[in-house]
Design a protein around this ligand. Structure first.
Ligand code: MSP
Length: 509
């Protein structure tokens, strides 16, 4: 089996409400990583979708006075539209109400049962519908879930999963696979939680019926997290695997999740898989949460950020860029208009945009729109450019998107310093050959920047590469032998990154 395979997943989103910045953020990170891997020669698969069962969704449908299936059809569509609007290039969109998914969940259940890990008992304890999670009395803080969500007392017959049998196996697995949970601080958090002891997990409910029925006992619906987590393998056609997708991609699976759902992905999920004689995924990467001007984002505070509003106001690529540049992936981030504008203006417009504008205008004016001649290929600038991809690969391994962008900006700044120091506008009169050489090196640097920027800002990068008429755009061409050819046409520059100008009215308001 080829090692150059890659499988990345977003959490499947609850369809209780319309998409917000948190959803867009997780998917964006997956999209950028996936595009990077594809350009780097991997066969990739990017999965996203919607989580449609459970009490939370059932209640939202009820409040709206719509039957749950029509309700989920409608909201699920808004997540598909979000992906399209944000230019997320997913390969598959799974819905937990689809038959292909339900089949896999039932199969997994039977397997867990046959392997002796499911038993029938009675659950009495706390449940939070908002978190779709069971909590022990000892976990409550001031009568609420540790997440701040309200809880209710539940007493019902329930099937249990023998999670306690997996404590040692999980600890051994974490020990042998230190990269399973990223970042490291999250790894340590999970490790100490598991060390403190695991109790068996309730995995069915009887007080509502919006879910997948337990095989052989229709009074029960399967716990929504056991149902939802299975999406990662049902989308690979588990268990049938007619096209060998499961065999090909599962060993390379990376789940990107918010920090709030770490436990489900790093404790329950590998335990379910081990119990079904399946391997856990390769990695779970947890990112932080966004706040809005320092405040927690919540519907009740009315400060929910709609990604489409950002797109409308600042531009799509600008929004994509900002979200990944503003904070190290893994840490919490704060959204502010000021910071967005500062980044658009100084990093995109003044740094990268200006470099392109200045260089290409000079080539159009002074070289008849042809790629000029390189007379001296010993300059350090291009060595720096060709060396970038190695460093960037390393950062991508750890999903350090902001550091990748730092490296690109640093190179672009270096190009701007180079143009100022060499002053091709002066060389034009004193040494035209040297002017051509300087402009060549700058154009070639822009080719490198354009290629590396593709995963982050695909539309703008395309426009940069279109100006240079670059044909091959994957990472294999980040080498001197694929450099721009003198004499090739260059198109007139168009402004790639506009500055964000505060409207007077807005500034005065
Ligand atoms: N349905 C579950 C996931 C099941 S996966 C088998 C779920 N859905 S969710 O819609 O509530 O959340 C999806 C993702 O959005 C989570 O990764 C969550 O962390 C992320 N975010 C929700 N609000 C967020 C912020 N304010 N900031 C960043 N991400 C946040 O959980």
């Amino acid at each position: 089996m080829s090692d150059k395979c890659f499988y990345i997943t977003t959490p499947i989103y609850y369809v209780n409400d319309k998409p917000h910045i948190g959803h867009a953020y997780t998917s964006l990170a997956c999209d950028v990583k996936n595009r990077f891997m594809k350009l780097d020669g991997y066969e990739t698969k990017f999965l996203t979708g919607t989580d449609e069962h459970g009490q939370k969704v059932a209640k939202s449908a009820e409040t709206k006075g719509i039957d749950p299936q029509s309700f989920t059809d409608e909201v699920s569509m808004s997540f598909r539209n979000l992906a399209k609007d944000m230019n997320f290039q997913y390969d598959d969109f799974i819905r937990t109400t689809e038959e292909r998914h339900k089949k896999a969940v039932r199969f997994l259940w039977e397997k867990l049962k046959a392997n002796g890990y499911i038993y029938l008992d009675k659950y009495s304890g706390w449940y939070s519908t908002r978190d779709e999670a069971f909590y022990a009395e000892s976990e409550l803080v001031d009568g609420r879930a540790p997440t701040g969500a309200p809880v209710e007392w539940v007493e019902e017959e329930s099937y249990f999963f023998a999670l306690s049998k997996f404590q040692e196996k999980l600890l051994k697995f974490y020990e042998d696979n230190e990269d399973f949970i990223k970042p490291k601080s999250r790894y340590n958090e999970v490790l100490s939680f598991v060390k403190s002891g695991l109790t068996d997990l309730s995995i069915s409910r009887t007080t509502f019926d919006w879910g997948i029925k337990v095989p052989g006992n229709e009074k029960h619906v399967i716990y929504v997290w056991l149902d939802a987590l299975t999406n990662y393998i049902s989308a690979l056609d588990y268990p049938e695997d007619k096209n060998k997708e499961f065999a090909k991609f599962w060993p390379h699976a990376v789940h990107v999740v918010g920090k709030d759902i770490l436990r489900f992905h790093t404790i329950y999920w590998p335990a379910f898989l081990m119990a079904a004689d399946l391997a856990p995924p390769k990695q779970v990467f947890a990112h932080g949460w966004w706040t809005n001007d320092g405040q927690k984002i919540s519907k009740s505070l009315g400060n929910v950020i709609d990604p489409l509003v950002l797109k409308e106001k600042y531009g799509l690529d600008q929004t994509r860029y900002f979200l990944l540049k503003e904070v190290p992936f893994g840490s919490d981030g704060n959204f502010s208009h000021e910071s967005m504008v500062a980044r658009i203006n100084s990093e995109l417009a003044n740094n990268i945009g200006n470099l392109i504008q200045r260089t290409v205008s000079m080539v159009v004016k002074n070289c008849d729109s042809n790629v000029p001649k390189q007379s001296n290929n010993t300059e350090e600038l291009l060595d720096h450019g060709y060396g970038l991809i190695e460093k960037i690969r390393e950062k991508f391994d750890n999903m350090q998107f902001s550091q990748v962008l730092d490296l690109i900006l640093e190179f672009s700044s270096k190009c701007n310093i180079y143009i100022d120091a060499k002053a091709p506008w002066t060389l034009k009169k004193t040494d035209p050959e040297a002017m051509e050489n300087v402009l060549y090196n700058l154009l070639e640097s822009i080719r490198i920047i354009g290629i590396i920027l593709q995963p982050f800002i695909p539309e703008s990068a395309k426009r940069i590469l279109d100006i240079l008429n670059v044909e091959q755009r994957d990472f294999t061409v980040l080498l001197p032998q694929f450099a721009l050819k003198s004499g090739n046409r260059v198109n007139s520059p168009e402004i790639i990154f506009k500055k964000y100008e505060e409207k007077i009215a807005e500034a005065n308001s």
